[in-house]
Design a binder for this molecule. Structure first.
Ligand code: HEC
Ligand code: HEC
Length: 404
C-alpha cells in the first residue's frame, strides 16, 4: 500500500484540474483560428521523434535510429518510482503519482479530444449555403468526364468515407494504386494525401477532379458542365453572394472543402474517456491503450487524430511515397501518418490497402516501425482499443441534384 500526505493529494488534484481546464479552453478557442498545424493541437509532451520540428525525412530518420522504446519506458518508471526515492516534496510532486491514476493521466498526455470543429481558413469561411452546395458537388458524378464518378464513389459516407477496397477504381476502371483514405476528419490534416502533396482541402479537391485515374475532368470542362446545368446557378449565387460569375473552379473546390469540414466524428469512446467517463472504454480497450503507449505507437499516432500529421518512413511494398512526386531519394517511402479515428470503418489499411484487418496492421506496424514482435495478447488489447475509436458519424442527407 502506498501512503500519501493530504498535501500531495491536493497538489495532484490541482494539477489534474488545471490540465482539464487547459484542454477545454483549447477546444473552445480552436475553431475560430486559422489553420493550426496538427502538432499544435496536441496538448502536451511528445516523444522526441515527433517533437522535432525538423523536416519530415529527418524526423523519420530519428525514429528509425533511436530506440523508440526508451521514451515511454522511462516515463513509466518515473511515474511508478518507489516513494522512498522521492526524497524531497518537490521531487515527489514531479515524478511520483498514485498508481491508480497513472494510467489515465499518462494517456491524457498522448491523446486529446477531437474538437467539434476543425480549423477554418480565413479565405473560405463556412456558410450553410456553401456547405449545402459543397455537399451537392461531393455527390455530383457529372463533375467527372464519364458522368459516373463522384467524390462519394470513393469516399462513401455510408462506408466511413472510404470505398473499402484496397486501391480505388477511377475513370475507365483504372487504378491509381493507392487506397482511398477517409474524408472523415481529414479537415484536421494540413498535409493531404498519403504523400502529403496537398496542403489544404481546397488544394486537395483540385486533384481528383482532374486526375486521369480518378474523375479525368479538366477544370474548364468542369465549369462548363456545371454552367450547362441551369439548376446550379442559384446555389452558387447563394454560396458566393458577392460574385458576378460564381461558377468557377476555385469556388467548386472551396464549396467541397467547406462541406468536408463538416465531416467530423466527435464523441467516440476514447474522447468520452478523456472527458472523464471511466467506463467509456472496456477494460481490455484500456489495457490496449496502455500497451499502445508502452510500445510507443504514440511516437507517431498521437493527439486528437491519433496522428502526428507528419510524414514518416514506412518501408512496405513498391510505392516509394513522397519520392514519387519530389524525385528526391531522401523522400523515399515517406507517408503521412494516417488518423486512427473510425479505423474499424476504413479497412483495408495502408497506402496500398495491403492489410485486411486491424490485427494485421498492428503486427506490421510493430515489426516495420518499431522492430518489435508483439504477443497475441498485446495485439488483442491494442485491437480492442482501436476498435473502440468509432465516433459519432455526421448525419448527411442525400442531396437532390439539379436535373438540368
Ligand atoms: C477514384 C476514386 C476517388 C475519387 C473519385 C475521389 N477520391 Fe479522394 N482519394 C482517393 C485516393 C486513392 C486518395 C489517396 C491518393 C493518394 O494519396 O495519392 C484520395 C485522397 C483524398 C483525400 C485526402 C485525405 C487524407 O487524409 O489525406 C481527400 C480529402 C479526398 N480524397 C477527397 C476527395 C474529394 C473531395 C473528391 C471529389 C472531388 C475525391 N476525393 C474524389 C480516391 C478518390
Ligand atoms: C514511426 C512512426 C510510426 C509508428 C511508431 C507507428 N506507426 Fe502506424 N502508421 C505510420 C504510418 C506512416 C502509417 C501509414 C503507412 C502507409 O503508408 O500505409 C501508419 C499506419 C497505421 C495503420 C493503418 C491506418 C490506415 O488507415 O491505413 C494502423 C492501424 C497503425 N498505423 C497502427 C499502429 C500501431 C498499433 C502502432 C504501434 C504498434 C503504430 N502504428 C506505430 C507511422 C507509425
Amino acid at each position: 500500500m502506498r501512503r500519501f500526505s493530504t498535501q500531495k493529494i491536493v497538489l495532484f488534484a490541482l494539477l489534474g484540474t488545471i490540465l482539464v481546464i487547459i484542454l477545454l479552453m483549447g477546444l473552445q478557442d480552436r475553431p475560430q483560428r486559422e489553420i493550426t498545424p496538427i502538432t499544435e493541437l496536441i496538448v502536451t509532451e511528445q516523444p522526441p521523434a515527433v517533437e522535432e520540428d525538423a523536416p519530415a525525412e529527418e524526423a523519420a530518420a530519428v525514429v528509425e535510429t533511436t530506440d523508440a522504446e526508451a521514451v515511454p519506458a522511462e516515463a513509466l518508471e518515473e511515474e511508478v518510482a518507489p516513494e522512498e526515492e522521492a526524497a524531497t516534496e518537490e521531487a515527489t510532486a514531479q515524478t511520483a503519482e498514485p498508481v491508480a491514476e497513472a494510467a489515465q493521466s499518462r494517456t491524457a498526455l498522448f491523446f486529446a479530444v477531437l474538437p467539434a470543429t476543425p480549423p477554418i481558413p480565413t479565405d473560405n469561411p463556412q456558410t450553410p449555403e456553401k456547405v449545402e452546395l459543397g455537399k451537392m458537388l461531393f455527390f455530383e458524378p457529372r463533375l467527372s468526364q464519364s458522368s459516373v464518378i463522384a467524390c462519394s464513389t470513393c469516399h462513401n459516407l455510408g462506408l466511413g468515407g472510404t470505398d473499402r477496397i484496397p486501391t480505388s477504381l477511377g475513370h475507365d476502371f483504372q487504378t491509381g494504386g493507392r487506397n482511398a483514405p477517409t474524408v472523415l476528419n481529414a479537415a484536421f490534416f494540413n498535409q493531404q494525401f498519403w504523400d502529403g502533396r496537398a496542403e489544404s482541402l481546397e488544394e486537395q479537391a483540385q486533384g481528383p477532379i482532374q486526375a486521369g485515374v480518378e474523375m479525368a475532368m479538366p477544370p474548364d470542362l468542369a465549369v462548363e458542365r456545371l454552367k450547362s446545368i441551369k439548376g446550379y446557378l442559384p446555389y452558387f449565387e447563394a454560396a458566393f453572394p458577392d460574385e458576378e460569375d460564381p461558377i468557377t473552379f476555385d469556388n467548386i473546390v472551396k464549396a467541397i472543402a467547406a462541406f468536408e469540414r463538416t465531416l467530423i466524428t466527435p464523441n467516440d469512446p476514447l474522447d468520452r474517456y478523456l472527458l472523464g467517463d471511466e467506463d467509456a472504454l472496456s477494460p481490455l480497450a484500456k489495457k490496449g491503450m496502455e500497451t499502445f503507449e508502452a510500445v510507443n505507437c504514440v511516437a507517431c499516432h498521437n493527439g486528437p487524430m491519433l496522428s502526428s500529421g507528419f510524414l514518416m518512413r514506412f518501408r512496405h511494398g513498391e510505392d516509394s511515397g513522397r519520392m514519387t512526386i519530389t524525385g528526391d531519394p531522401a523522400d523515399e517511402f515517406l507517408f503521412r501518418v494516417p488518423t486512427l479515428r473510425n479505423l474499424p470503418l476504413t479497412a483495408p489499411y495502408f497506402h496500398d490497402g495491403s492489410a485486411g484487418t486491424i490485427e494485421e496492421a498492428i503486427n506490421i506496424m510493430a515489426n516495420v516501425q518499431l522492430n518489435k514482435e508483439l504477443t497475441d495478447e498485446e495485439v488483442q488489447a491494442i485491437s480492442a482499443f482501436l476498435n473502440s475509436l468509432i465516433g459519432q458519424q455526421p448525419e448527411v442527407t442525400i442531396p437532390i441534384l439539379p436535373a438540368n
